[in-house]
Design a protein around this ligand. Sequence first.
Ligand code: GLA
Length: 359
Amino acid sequence: MNNYVCSSKAQIKPEAFHRTIDGSQVDLYTLTNLNGLEANITNYGGLVVSLMVPDKNGKLGDVVLGYDNLNDYFGSTPYFGALIGRYGNRIAKGRFTINGVEYQLALNDGVNSLHGGLRGFDKVVWQAEQVDSPDGPALKLSYTSKEGEEDYPGTLRCTVIYTLTTKNELKIEYTAETDKPTFINLTHHSYFNLKDGGASDILGHELMIKASRFTPVDKDLIPTGELRPVAGTRFDFNKPTAIGVRLASEDEQMLFAKGYDHNWVLDRQGEDLELVASVYEPVSGRCMEVLTTEPGMQFYCGNFLDGTNKGKGGTVYQHRTGLCLETQHFPDSPNHPNFPTTELKPGEMYTQTTVYRFL
Ligand code: GLA
């Protein structure tokens, strides 16, 4: 039953995403759950283009940043709403070794490789199939990344299922298999703004992260290898805290990253889906919980947004108008044997599940 008022419906036209790229059809798919929540997702890059969820008065509003046409995603996008692969976040100097063989990836972020390289999974066309699951409407996306694509070893067959569940969750289930040992770290890169979808900053959003440690970085944002306790620091989000309160600082970590852009080591046991974070926005009353099977989460508060991206409905995304909660294995794990491994071997199945739940 639809209990919500849809006064600010996402003004996304499917035609603006209908196009053939390299012989494959790109489209916009709409998932609407029983409560009237709506997600618009394109099979180009698996991008979540809009996500309509209710505020405290039951009024639906878009809570993610993005563009209202496919063309703008070809230009300059800081990974709005994207599926990230093969490797989420940075690999130092784009280099790693498997079975004694060294691989050199393209450097697309200063001296590092970031988010899968020059043409990561956010820039490829996925095969799409709309499916009805008992949990709610779903979109199944499949992509085969051939051996050598972006210079990674092994052919990787990936499936990602987005479900908009009856419990008001955007559930993302990833699986992958390889034919040769390789590294993999898939994630999702929506920029959330629970207040107004990016018209104003996210500094008043109250964030909670269940994590006692984080992975400090060097000046190139590569983890030093240390798992540093957050207790007594501005990285302690165990109690919900407004994001803006502790941002201004001479702290070396904050200077390196220009704010929060770090991986938190989640306090979680085992491999089951667990609640790891929440965000509450007091003006709209919207609250989002994050559940995951992953050991880490990158919290990035939109430090690089600078008013150059003009998005949906003409909204210009100014500094820190969106926040990302990218559930993942730790950045640069291939070069840190003390981090949970990101190696995938033939015969193994990579799985990760993350849920963004709206209350
Ligand atoms: C991630 C990175 C950031 C930045 C954004 C995209 O969150 O950690 O440093 O690259 O993606 O702009």
